[in-house]
Design a protein around this ligand. Structure first.
Ligand code: EPZ
Length: 459
């Protein structure tokens, strides 16, 4: 088991360079299947989800190879249009391959992507859209089998789903007429996918707005292949996470390689909490107050609203902000899962349905906490950086799905955070009684530390 060992209470200082966006890299890698060729994806983050996606691409017949931060995808050969079950289960974002496989081969067979900790994650809009555009979609108990070619026309998404928008953009390329997609999601990563599709030689326009136009290009094969190079956009959610780490620790720093236009709603909330923010072309400087103020009420919404992927981190900041904060999670049905872990650190959070009420306390206390999902796990790391004493965060495999070396990045900002691996740490168990017992409530349920180097006096 691996865990982060964090000593909190240190104001972060310094500069961090933002990495490539997970939520741009995944659809772009799926789209590399649309057209045969050798595609050089630059600025690709080396994260868990990208590793899973490359594994799936290789099972389908493509070849992937890293060269520094450039991922070369050779999609000239494709042997299969069936995404393997065990890999689908590892990463639901492989649902994007429906669209790209339909473009390339006219068929796609995926296992129904299950829900996850944050919600049921249905794909009914993906399926409804494909059927509306002329594809045959057969839903079996656990599989979704698609066949056909886009007949063009118009489809209005009932909800601006990011993944459905991206899947339909790629599937619509397969026909030979115009497709108009309306009520699309407007997340910047969708415009990044459009940029890659254009690099592949396709005519797609309007991404980033509500209506996207796709000119059908017909099936691609090796004879019409094209080699490409594409730079993935920066990860605005990673940037927001680091800005919140600076804000929560009373720190001061600069993020480089991030355009503030992608974070307007997040920067507004951080300014309401008392942070001083200055933006330049692709740099954001933040100086935090000694103690944050409550931002009042924050509601998550599709872009350009406050991003759901930053809600768990905001919940952590609110736990120590002066005053009472209300957060309403409108996108996913169970995205307050790390509330229980924050309670072990002393946070005062009540949740009911979509709403969370947070009464700010002066300081969290270090404890042993467990990450249950990607952004909730990042929020626990922020809590450890803010807390008095020492915190151990387990379940870091969830965090490493979406953050490349989070502990290294935070150390660059002066954070005291180390990654430990029990295979390398000698085992010593210290029952709570021996350790004075006083910290058992702070150590979570067991009271017995499973982290030999997190001794009682540190908590
Ligand atoms: C993308 O997920 C992101 N993932 C998510 O990031 C992000 O939270 C989400 O968009 C919203 O911004 C990637 O881009 C890889 P949706 P996606 O389809 O496409 C419902 C992270 O932490 N819905 O916009 O799955 C759905 O249940 C991850 O980086 C349907 O009902 O999101 C949800 O309530 C988490 N039917 C809402 O729409 C559908 O067919 C938003 O989902 C599709 C979605």
């Amino acid at each position: 088991m691996e865990w982060y060992h964090i000593r909190g209470g240190i104001p972060l200082r310094g500069e961090y360079s933002v990495k490539g966006a997970k939520n741009a890299a995944l659809p772009v890698l799926a789209a590399s299947v649309c057209r045969s060729g050798v595609h050089e994806i630059c600025g690709c983050p080396r994260i868990g989800d990208v590793r899973w996606m490359t594994e799936i691409l290789e099972v389908l017949g493509a070849r992937c190879q890293w060269e520094e931060d450039r991922l070369m995808v050779d999609s000239r050969r494709l042997d299969s249009a069936q995404v393997p079950r065990e890999l689908m289960a590892k990463m639901r974002s492989s649902v994007f391959l429906m669209g790209s496989l339909l473009m390339r081969t006219g068929e796609a067979e995926i296992w129904r992507p299950g829900g996850c900790r944050i919600g049921k994650r249905p794909v009914d809009i993906h399926i409804d859209g494909l059927r509306c555009l002329g594809f045959e979609v057969r839903e079996e108990e656990e599989k979704i089998v698609c066949r056909g070619t886009c007949r063009g026309g118009r489809y209005v998404l009932p909800y601006p789903s990011v993944g459905a928008t991206e899947n339909l953009m790629m599937a619509a390329l397969s026909g030979d007429s115009l497709t108009v997609l309306e009520n699309c999601a407007m997340e910047p990563e969708i415009a990044d996918l459009q940029g890659f599709l254009r690099t592949l030689g396709y005519s797609v326009a309007g991404a980033g707005g509500r209506t996207i136009l796709v000119e059908g290009a017909g099936r691609s094969d090796c004879s019409t292949g094209r080699d490409t190079m594409y730079f993935i956009m920066e990860d605005r959610i990673e940037a927001a996470t680091y800005l919140m780490a600076l804000a929560g620790t009373g720190g001061k720093g600069v993020l480089s390689g991030i355009r503030s236009i992608y974070l307007t709603s997040v920067l507004e909330v951080l300014e309401q909490m008392g942070c001083r923010i200055r933006s330049f072309e692709d740099r954001i400087a933040l100086e935090a107050p000694r103690r944050l103020q409550s931002p009042g009420c924050v509601v998550t919404a599709p872009y350009p609203g406050f991003p759901t992927d930053c809600q768990p981190q905001l919940l952590t900041l609110a736990a120590c902000a002066e005053g009472r904060t209300r957060i309403r999670e409108e996108i996913f049905e169970s995205r307050f899962s790390h509330k229980k872990e924050l309670a072990k650190m002393g946070a005062n959070i009540e949740t009911s349905g979509k709403n969370a009420i947070i009464k700010g306390i002066t300081s969290l206390l270090g404890a042993e906490v467990c990450a249950q999902d990607l952004r909730g796990g990042a929020a626990l790391v922020l809590a450890g950086l803010m807390a008095e004493g020492t915190t151990a965060v387990t379940g870091i495999e969830h965090i490493e799905r979406g953050y490349e070396t989070l502990e290294q990045g935070l150390r660059e900002l002066g954070g005291n955070i180390e990654k430990h691996d029990e295979r390398k740490t000698k085992e010593t168990e210290k029952p709570a009684a021996e350790a004075g017992g006083s910290s058992s409530d702070r150590r979570g349920v067991s009271g017995v530390s499973v982290f030999p180097d997190v001794s009682d006096h540190e908590l």
